[in-house]
Design a protein around this ligand. Structure first.
Ligand code: HEC
Length: 104
């Protein structure tokens, strides 16, 4: 029963077009774990204070899911985290769900 509800939710969400194509297969649980493990928030907090989320500016220069993904990729490269593309994508998808809300 729960599986069915989840399935219906997934169908409704994708049908409404709220999840950008690039994040459709993203593993959100993995993304949350990676964001927690890789000091993303700790460093952002040092920079902007509070809970660090002020670093995410949905109305700033990042204006699409692809761009957001690229920014996470850049952080990944600069920090030498050596993450896989699916992992970068998963983190970007979580940031999109929680902060940016891009639909494409
Ligand atoms: C060593 C410090 C540091 C770490 C660690 C770090 N960041 Fe950042 N991040 C920054 C700074 C500084 C900026 C602002 C850069 C700018 O405005 O050009 C930023 C900006 C961003 C932005 C763009 C915000 C916006 O809307 O303009 C995203 C997305 C982001 N970081 C994601 C991540 C993720 C995901 C991780 C973990 C894998 C991470 N960052 C780890 C320092 C860090």
């Amino acid at each position: 029963m729960r599986k069915l509800a989840f399935f219906l939710m997934a169908v409704v969400t994708s049908a409404s077009g709220e999840t950008p194509d690039v994040f459709r297969d993203a593993d959100l649980k993995l993304g949350e774990k990676l964001i927690a493990e890789n000091q993303c928030v700790a460093c952002h907090q040092q920079k902007v204070g509070g809970d660090g989320s002020a670093i995410y500016r949905p109305a700033g220069r990042i204006n699409s899911a692809g761009f957001l993904r690229g920014m996470v990729e850049r952080c990944n490269t600069e920090l030498n985290l050596s993450l896989f593309p699916e992992e970068v994508n998963a983190m970007a998808a979580v940031l999109n769900r929680d902060h940016y809300h891009f639909t494409k």
